[in-house]
Design a protein around this ligand. Structure first.
Ligand code: PEP
Length: 256
């Protein structure tokens, strides 16, 4: 399986800045065939960037989209409108769950809408600090996984990517801490077991599972050697050219 390195730019960069930054990323990268580099710019930049991007080097990802294709949904952008412009879309990122109150039903509909529109959903799941403290991590992970995939058929499940992002390790969270590779390993194992329970052991190896949470060049290698981790999702570090490129180069070194 290829190694996935995803950069989530969140609400950063104007369209012009995003275009220059993408240009710099592409210039700094060789064409690593075994590393799939993906960036998630803000919505406004997706259309112009889709005309600029060299898809052999970098693929585009939306940060969010709405599950209905059209209609009276003021302010929303649909997966059908993004079709052709992006190859991936984040779904269920913790900032969508906790700031914008997206619940599991909405997230499940978004995962299904992405697949319907030939966009690969990157389903983000992860426990909060208090859920971990109360020993609820396994339940939260199993529930978010099962409900997020509840509208996905057996035939389609291999079109999904899972990203494990413990909310307490995301750099924008005030009390963020680094997850240890052992903590990551435990949850990745649980995710694989849960996927096997729902869809059968055969598909487990077809579904990439990424890790995200304050990933940077200095810890990327450690996370990428955790059994079952197929790639990384970086937020803050993906906004700094040298750090993002270093993460990709670490991935190339560790995984080749
Ligand atoms: C994220 O927002 O998905 C993320 C992992 O952010 P950071 O790398 O900044 O913790």
């Amino acid at each position: 399986m290829r190694t996935y390195i995803v950069g989530n730019w969140k609400l950063n960069f104007t369209v012009g800045e995003a275009s220059i930054y993408l240009h710099k990323i592409m210039k700094s990268l060789p064409n690593y065939r075994d590393i799939q580099v993906i960036v998630a710019p803000p919505m406004m930049a997706l259309q112009p960037l889709s005309l600029q991007v060299d898809r052999h080097k970098v693929k585009l990802c939306a940060q969010n989209a709405f599950y209905r294709d059209y209609g009276a949904f003021t302010g929303e952008t649909s997966f059908s409108q993004l079709r052709g412009a992006v190859d991936y879309c984040l779904v269920g990122h913790s900032e969508r769950r906790y700031i914008f109150h997206e619940d599991d039903k909405v997230i499940a509909k978004k995962v299904a809408a992405a697949i319907r529109n030939k966009i690969t959903p990157i389903l983000c799941i992860g426990e909060t600090e208090s859920e971990r403290a109360f020993g609820e991590t396994a339940d939260v992970i199993r529930d978010q996984l099962a409900s997020g995939l509840s509208e996905v058929s057996d035939d389609d499940v291999s079109k999904v990517i899972i990203a494990y992002e413990p909310v307490w390790a995301i750099s924008s969270v005030k009390s963020a801490k680094l997850a240890t590779p052992d903590e990551v390993a435990e949850v990745i194992k649980l995710i694989k077991t849960s996927l096997g329970d729902i869809y059968g052991a055969k598909v487990v190896d077809e579904i990439p599972v990424l890790f995200g949470g304050s990933v940077g060049p200095s810890n990327a290698g450690g996370y990428l050697t955790v059994p079952g981790v197929d790639g990384l999702l970086a937020g803050g570090a993906s906004l700094i050219l040298s750090e993002f490129v270093d993460i990709i180069n670490v991935a190339k070194r560790v995984r080749s």
